[in-house]
Design a protein around this ligand. Sequence first.
Ligand code: NCD
Length: 312
Amino acid sequence: MVRHIVKATDLGPRELKQIFRRASSNLENRYQPQLPGKLIALLFYQPSTRTEFSFDTAIKRLGGNSIGTSNAQVFSSAAKGETLEDTIRVVSGFADCVVLRHPERGAAERAAAVSLKPVINAGDGDNEHPTQAYLDLYTIWKARQEGRLSPGSLRILFYGDNLHSRTVRSLVQLLASHAPELDIPIRGIDFFGPRDFGFPSADVFDQMPEDSEIRTGIKRHTKLPPLSDIDVVYVTRPQVEYHAGKQIERTPLTIEMMGRLQEKSIIMHPLPRNEEIPKEIDTDHRAAYFEQSDNGVLLRMALLWHLLHQKV
Ligand code: NCD
């Protein structure tokens, strides 16, 4: 059976832990080819810097090769009216794996239904972005191991356009289902953001049992909650591509807010940022967003190996 990663919970907690361990060991072994001869297709129908380059870097660090286009809307037969299904069927006949970013919700699932090889969802509209969630959780896991976060249970504040952010949707679901088994106990998930944009839609919570600790720890704030009790602040930019022109207020982090955060905490952001994190914060020891993007390569190396290596 072909294994696809369409949503964050498509990997189980046990295998995610193995992937985290492998990602950490990639730090030492990053130049050892582990997937020589593998060919991976990168099909990006939406703009990307980090995701596309970090997949491509991961592939090449593993000794594999990539084919693809970063402007598939224009430079693939989509411009000639070909369906996504036909393109995926064809490309999956050439490559060992297809990494797909697409502006429509559900595109990865449609691709997986016809693909001969594993499909990895690199973002489908405002729905999910599983590999970002894996590297986000890996960043939290690593920060805890390094003593940069409290060894106790964590409270995570999602700060920004939580309504449209696919990275938030994937990470929230991953936290709820996998964090405890990865030894990352969660005592609270808080949401705050610009008016009308601060809370994810209800379906994100559908899979969480009503009385579970995580579900009861979810809080939707209309005023910024006290920061002194927050361990991780996960910031996102306004996802203007999904706003249809609707105005959004800007609520950047400030140096004054940093002063209220505890010393053992981290600021995360999937990037790209606009003005929601001023660059003065970059030198703060709690700023973890560039480390987070570096982790993307290590994590994607480990994920590709997990999906594609031949078991002997
Ligand atoms: C995110 C995305 O594409 O959803 N970027 C990324 O992959 N790191 C976040 C964003 O675009 O705001």
